[in-house]
Design a protein around this ligand. Structure first.
Ligand code: NAD
Length: 369
């Protein structure tokens, strides 16, 4: 059962739905449809975020949207952004909504599984033997590092623009508690998998990441059953395409994680297949596909909704403790792939090309079967 507005019935699980911009609305609609097909006591309420919110309210994260997100049990997010907003001052750009939600909700851990489905082995740019059976989890720290360091800026700023700048700078920093808590997330996740963690850093050059390595090693001593190794980020980028199956859980900082998780995403063939979760200390989370708002295909009805549908499954698993329902969604996704249904991004010869909405319907049908 899926009710459309949040009520005072506290037994219901409350989901804030923030579709955002571009393909966000199209793909989130499919995930909501799938959630509605489960026999769960869920309520959803939708709000504007990103460029859509800026157009309507002059800010990418209006207070009403933030309050909705704060009071919900979980957030289902589409994507934000469009190149047409690149001329806005940074604090008003759509992407600031994501940063704001992470900050206000304390979402410090980003979990990005990269799973290569058997049916999509051919969609990867790597040789099938390198990626068949790939199942790795990248855990990216989300609220520290150079993206949030102070001070930052450029010399000679005028109205948010920097004509004639001679210098720009951002400061990389991590505190001990920030590293400890993300390391715990990684070791605990590894305990549920194959008990291996690779911590990725740049400790040979950066003091921040020597500190990172020291703290992760200390935390690792509390998990003697989990094997820890360390790798420099340049080597990790190389190993991810050379022998990706060597990795299981990868933990890293905000900027390296940003880059490596997109690289891992492409190993599996399409960014349209990859879900993500951003969690806080009490497992409240924001769930979104790993990709952006894809303005190039927005409104065409061809976007792949599976990453968002799989994000909804992660939401049921990590924040709402509905493991069986999460398993059912993941099985339904596998089933539609084995039926040969494909959106344009993963389509190949001998498969059946479908649009965004048809793919959503197919997952609902597979759930019911
Ligand atoms: P993008 O992920 O939106 O698109 C990259 C490429 O992948 C495009 O060719 C696009 O068509 C394709 N693609 C993405 N998702 C797809 C899907 N579900 N199905 C089929 N194809 C898909 O990245 P970009 O083009 O670099 O950025 C576009 C906008 O999205 C920018 O404004 C950027 O800032 C924003 N963005 C937002 C988020 C977010 O909301 N979390 C993340 C990344 C980028």
């Amino acid at each position: 059962m899926l009710k459309k507005t949040l009520s005072k019935n506290w037994n219901r699980m409350k989901i804030a739905v923030l579709p955002g911009d571009g393909i966000g609305k199209e793909i989130v609609a499919q995930a909501v449809k799938v959630l509605g097909a489960l026999d769960l006591n869920l309520e959803t309420e939708t709000a504007l975020v990103g460029g859509a919110a800026y157009e309507a309210h002059g800010h990418p994260l209006p207070d009403a949207t933030l309050q909705l997100a704060k009071h919900a049990d979980a957030i289902l997010f589409g994507a934000v952004g469009d190149w047409k907003y690149d001329c806005l001052e940074r604090s008003l750009r759509p992407e600031q909504a994501i940063l704001g939600l992470r900050k206000h909700l304390g979402l410090f851990a980003n979990l990005r599984p990269a799973i290569c489905y058997e049916e999509l082995v051919g969609a990867s740019s790597l040789k099938p033997e390198l990626i068949a059976g790939l199942d790795l989890l990248i855990i990216r720290e989300l609220t520290g590092d150079i993206y949030f360091g102070q001070p930052r800026g450029r010399r000679t700023a005028v109205d948010g623009h920097f004509p004639g700048s001679e210098e720009a700078f951002d400061t990389m920093r991590y505190s001990r508690p920030e590293i400890e808590r993300i390391a715990h997330v990684a070791f605990q996740a590894a305990r549920k998998r194959s008990k291996r963690v690779t911590s990725v850093d740049k400790s040979n050059v950066l003091e921040t990441f020597q500190f990172w390595r020291d703290v992760v090693t200390e935390v690792g001593q509390q998990y003697p059953d989990v094997m820890l190794d360390h790798m420099y980020v340049d080597n990790a980028a190389m190993q991810l395409v050379r022998a990706p199956k060597k990795f299981d859980v990868v933990v890293t900082g905000n900027m390296f994680g940003d880059i490596l998780s997109d690289e891992a995403a492409m190993l599996t063939g399409s960014i349209g297949m990859l879900p993500s979760a951003s969690l806080n200390a009490s497992n409240k989370g924001l769930y979104e596909p790993s990709h952006g708002s894809a303005p190039d295909i927005a409104g065409k009805g061809i976007a792949n909704p599976l990453a968002t549908i799989l994000s909804a499954a992660m939401m049921l698993r990590y924040s709402l403790n509905q493991i069986e329902a999460a398993d059912r969604i993941e099985a339904a996704v596998k089933s539609v792939l084995s039926q040969g249904l494909r959106t344009a991004d993963i389509h190949s010869d001998n498969t059946i090309r479908v649009g965004t909405s048809e793919m959503g319907e197919a997952v609902v049908k597979a759930l019911k079967n």
